[in-house]
Design a protein around this ligand. Structure first.
Ligand code: AYL
Length: 545
């Protein structure tokens, strides 16, 4: 199967399927009658659990309440500051059924990070839990035309515009639910894309539903069990990231599986879930695979129920996969280690290893999923490259975003006129059209699967009066994958210590964005003629002891 270079792109070996014309909530619950009494989503910490019938009823009531007492209108933005708890599903599907547009953020974000995102996309209401009520109140105070806060696990407080989720659902409000269009934007997650600050990624029902269908294509992803017949999935990827939201939560609830998750990862709570729920499938990021393979708390006995592990969101090494198999004393025939590759901008999946893939493809992120096309182009000439030649990966398909919210310039830079998404990743494909990710041309730093925008950290440091120039790059890290390191140029006669720079960032940004790679002072930042920071040079410099 030589690539047809004249054709100028590769197509999926799985062919094309019908794109989704359902709305997300409708699609997820389409087959629910087959498993209405089966557990849908469980909190592995509190053991709080809803079955499918209960979940759908709560979703329906939530949709009515959002348009009723909350006074939201279809198209309004709802911001979630929620960890992985069962009520995440209730509110997310309720919001989508009501025609609202969801945006979510890491609940450990600082007020500043949340304020920036939520005011950028005009959030009108926030849903959160008790622990984050103070930060939610702080953020909402600066939002225009704010309608109210939904307090999961809390009670009403009419004077402050606070609505307890339980009383909202118990009251069984009735409002007019709108007719929805599958081309409507329903989710705006934030991603820094190839450059700059995090931007709102406009995803439609069609984007998300089509991606579920593409991944579901039976030849691509197959679980041991039949639909809804007892497979238990343990997930760590957060529902507030596109991986956990679409590729895990929506995907598995659509198929009737039992989804177990924990709101906060600790080695003990995770191992406890392995023992308590005997999951058949794990969804992980590479740093969690490393945890399973190397942490002394995780024993061979804990891993016996597992037959499939899905790894995505950052590069995984072959040696880590081997270490994991050694730990469970299983062979590649007994545990399928599947990889997925994608971006927030593509809902997210574009490449996946098929359920049965040849052993000599270990290290590959797989093949193009249905309806997805790729080009690998030379970084210098932009020409389409043949097998085993590395270049920028471009992707096209019905799962690719509509564009960035309120940012035409960034949209134009990322989505070209022919609809190709410029990933900023360097990849090659082999003679069988398996893809391998080898590098990144974009600035993005990935810390334990989390996106870190160097621009965001740089802008915090730049605010300091002592600072003349700054550049942040990702340095390799055995556990986290990468960690950010800052290179700082001070103004003449000004002083700052490494610790002061570290603390400055730590105060403004959430934990995984802290400068664990260190701080170094330079006389100048290397820039090219166009003024662009030469990040590769800094990465080499940063490695020197
Ligand atoms: P974002 N290998 C190497 N790098 C990867 C991989 C992978 N398997 N997956 C994602 N990346 C990097 O928006 C790559 O640089 O989406 C890419 O451009 O947070 C960037 O991460 C996108 O980061 C799944 C499960 C895809 C998860 C995802 C990833 C969603 C992350 C398919 O099945």
């Amino acid at each position: 199967t030589a690539p047809d270079l004249d054709n100028k792109y590769l197509t999926s070996p799985w062919g094309d399927i019908q794109v989704g014309n359902e709305t997300l909530t409708e699609f997820v619950f389409e087959d629910i009658e087959l498993w209405a009494d089966k557990p849908a989503v469980t909190c592995g910490l509190s053991e709080r659990s809803y079955d499918y019938g209960m979940l759908r009823m709560m979703v329906e009531r939530c949709a009515h309440a959002l348009l009723g007492p909350l006074r939201l209108s279809p198209g309004d933005r709802l911001g979630l500051i929620l960890p992985n708890i069962p009520e995440f599903a209730v509110i997310a599907y309720g919001a989508m059924r009501a025609g609202l547009v969801l945006t979510f953020a890491n609940p450990l974000y600082t007020a500043e990070e949340l304020r920036r995102q939520f005011s950028d996309c005009n959030v009108k209401a926030i849903a959160t839990i008790e622990m984050f009520m103070p930060v939610a109140q702080q953020v909402s105070a600066s939002l225009k035309d704010y309608k109210g806060t939904i307090w999961v696990g809390g009670e009403d407080d009419g004077t402050k515009g606070i609505f307890g989720l339980r009383p909202l659902l118990m009251a069984d409000h009735k409002s007019d639910l709108p007719d929805l269009n599958c081309d409507d934007v329903c989710l705006v997650p934030y991603s820094s894309g190839t450059t700059g600050m995090p931007k709102g990624v406009m995803l439609t029902h069609k984007n998300l539903v089509t991606n579920l269908k593409q991944v579901q294509c039976p030849s691509v992803m197959k679980y041991k069990g039949e639909k809804g017949h007892g497979d238990v999935l343990l997930t760590v990827p957060p529902f507030f990231h596109i991986y956990g939201f679409n590729a895990v939560m929506n995907y598995n609830l659509r198929l009737g599986y039992h989804l177990v998750s924990i709101p906060k990862f600790t080695p003990e709570s995770y191992v406890n879930c392995l023992v308590e729920y005997s999951p058949t499938t794990l969804f992980v990021v590479p740093s969690l695979l490393a945890f399973l393979a190397t942490h002394p708390l995780v024993k061979k006995e804990h891993l016996q129920s597992i037959d499939t592990i899905m790894v995505g969101a950052a590069p995984t090494t072959d040696s880590m996969l081997e270490k994991f198999l050694l730990k469970c004393e299983k062979t590649k025939d007994q545990i399928r280690l599947l990889q997925g590759y994608g971006m927030t901008e593509s809902s997210p999946v574009t490449l996946m290893t098929p359920y049965h893939y040849p052993y000599n493809k270990v290290g590959s992120v797989g093949q193009l999923i249905c309806n997805t096309q790729a080009r690998v182009v030379s970084l210098t000439s932009g020409e389409m490259l043949g097998p085993h030649k590395s270049g920028e990966l471009l992707l096209r398909g019905p799962q690719v975003m509509k564009g960035y919210w309120n940012n035409e310039a960034a949209t134009k830079e990322t989505l070209d006129s022919e609809g190709w998404l410029h990933t900023g990743d360097v990849a090659y494909y082999d003679e069988d059209h398996y893809f391998y990710i080898v590098d990144r041309t974009k600035e993005l730093i990935k810390v334990k699967g989390n996106q870190v925008s160097p621009t965001e950290i740089e802008s915090v440091i730049m605010e300091q009066p002592e600072v003349a120039d700054v550049a942040v790059v990702g340095m390799p890290d055995a556990l986290a994958g990468e960690v950010p390191k800052a290179f700082v140029v001070l103004k003449p006669n000004y002083k700052l210590t490494e610790k002061q720079v570290y603390d400055l960032v730590a105060e403004k940004l959430t934990r995984y964005k802290h400068l664990e790679g260190g701080v170094a002072f330079l006389d100048s930042i290397p820039r090219n003629a166009a003024g662009k920071i030469m990040r590769n040079e800094l990465k080499v410099l940063g490695r020197k002891p």
